[in-house]
Design a protein around this ligand. Sequence first.
Ligand SMILES: Cc1cc2nc3c(=O)[nH]c(=O)nc-3n(C[C@H](O)[C@H](O)[C@H](O)COP(=O)(O)OP(=O)(O)OC[C@H]3O[C@@H](n4cnc5c(N)ncnc54)[C@H](O)[C@@H]3O)c2cc1C
Length: 410
Amino acid sequence: MGGGVNASGNVPATADVVVIGGGVVGASTAFQLTRHGVRNVVLVERTHLAAGATGKSGALVRAHYANAPETRLTLESLKIFRNWDDIVGHGDPGLRAIGMLRIVHPDDEANLRANIETQQRLGGNTMVVTADELKEIDPLLYTGDITVAGWEPDTGYADGPTTVYGFARAAQANGAAILEGAEVLSIRTEGARITGVETNRGTIATSNVVLAAGGFANRLLLPLGIDLGMYPRRIQVAVFRWPFAMDHARPHRVVIDSLHRSWMRPEGVAGTLIGVESRADDNIDPADFDESVAPAYVDVARRALAARYPVFDGALMRGAWAGVVMQSPDDHPIIDKMSEYEGLFISTGDSGSSFKTGPAVGVVFAEWITAGEPQLMDMTPFRSTRFAEGQPWVDATSYTNESMGSTVSR
Ligand SMILES: Cc1cc2nc3c(=O)[nH]c(=O)nc-3n(C[C@H](O)[C@H](O)[C@H](O)COP(=O)(O)OP(=O)(O)OC[C@H]3O[C@@H](n4cnc5c(N)ncnc54)[C@H](O)[C@@H]3O)c2cc1C
């Protein structure tokens, strides 16, 4: 498909649905709306596609959670990732299904078994493996501090920007307008309904808005009187080169490691990307934050990597960056049709774990808008009202170190 996104000129005067934000959620929503028969879809992105968390993401795609709803949403997303050519038909999300290991503290064995049972019941291909079996699955792994782990043989990771570009191209091919350099300055309402959005390039009249603005959501929600207690959080990652001693023909697996509050996966031809849940940098400005990492963080990351894969002891750092996620008060995403305003839908408070669910969230919004209810699954656990109800989302079977405050590795 030729042509790029429209990065200048006025925005269209009207739309059936305006999608705010060109990350994985916005792009997948725009695509799914067109797939569900909505003709006049306009996606507005303030800078460029994948400029937010999606572009910085580790993009792990695993279905292991300590709760059923996020597992279900991921299993639905996996159907899209795995059948990309048939469903989306443009671009390539870069799915690498190299297998994912979920390492937990020995005290968490009962919770691990309970979570894996739930995931199996939902159709996930996952199992409990012993430390000896782990040695077969990933010989480089240090297993002296592990009794059992979770093993998903056919999940892994994907690529943030190419996932967005594929969805955006498919949406565009189906007639959606994808506008870069178009920032929504405010959401317009009349009484309790949505009437449009005001952008830096003009006003779009619409009765439906899907807000998928990542770390920027408060800028548009607070003026509407919607305060969900979310805050933008800066998180860091680093890349290390594979040492000579490593068998480069046999890359390690994706690992989420509760003991060291870290996650890691191969990056490029001979590197490993790692993130460690470290001291949080909260309430930063998502438009103006430090994209580099603190020198001390590199040491923390190298130590966590070598603790799980000793071959990385002293490994060469080959790059690092920071990105922004939108943390919700209970560290779980908020995905809802808002009762305050007819026509307002939000996906926010991603809490560092919503790349993998983004493809399915697009289906949910398309169904909400075209059928009145999501058919895919019950979205009640993700509701925005849980905080005001005094019922924040708590996972009964979460792991040591991860009950509160974790992002990517939760
Ligand atoms: C370092 C890092 C590692 C991560 N690792 C993982 C992982 O391994 N697995 C996983 O599932 N998740 C991971 N995440 C989290 C995941 O990337 C996010 O949850 C997900 O990408 C959020 O997607 P989104 O579309 O909601 O928001 P974003 O990707 O943040 O997109 C929001 C977009 O909205 C635009 N925007 C904002 N305001 C406006 C406005 N007013 N008008 C127009 N456009 C606007 C922004 O420019 C941005 O492009 C990670 C995040 C980071 C930062």
